[in-house]
Design a protein around this ligand. Sequence first.
Ligand code: ZN
Length: 111
Amino acid sequence: MKKSDTGEIKRRILSEIKKTEKRIVEYRKLTEPESPDCAVDTVLRAEAQNTGNINKTALKISEEKSKALKYMLSEVGKEDFGLCKRCNAPVPLQRLLAVPQSPFCVKCTSV
Ligand SMILES: [Zn+2]
């Protein structure tokens, strides 16, 4: 892999981590327990709980993404970076930039 490519991917991962961490902070705020008078109506309460669950799932996904991104960041620059972790085929630069948290090629991801 070219040095300039590595730099580009690194920048991409870092900006994605920043975005993801920001989202995590927002979701954490959203999943904090609300005061009881916020949802007096049963329907409203159920709705609030639903939204809460969606936010909790979103929080979990974002946390996992952040972890994966940090792992990828630690891999950038290594000799085998850019090779699929499963089949060892080179992952195209465009894919690395599009899905920087994935260490697999398209074929292995869709399996
Ligand atoms: Zn693969």
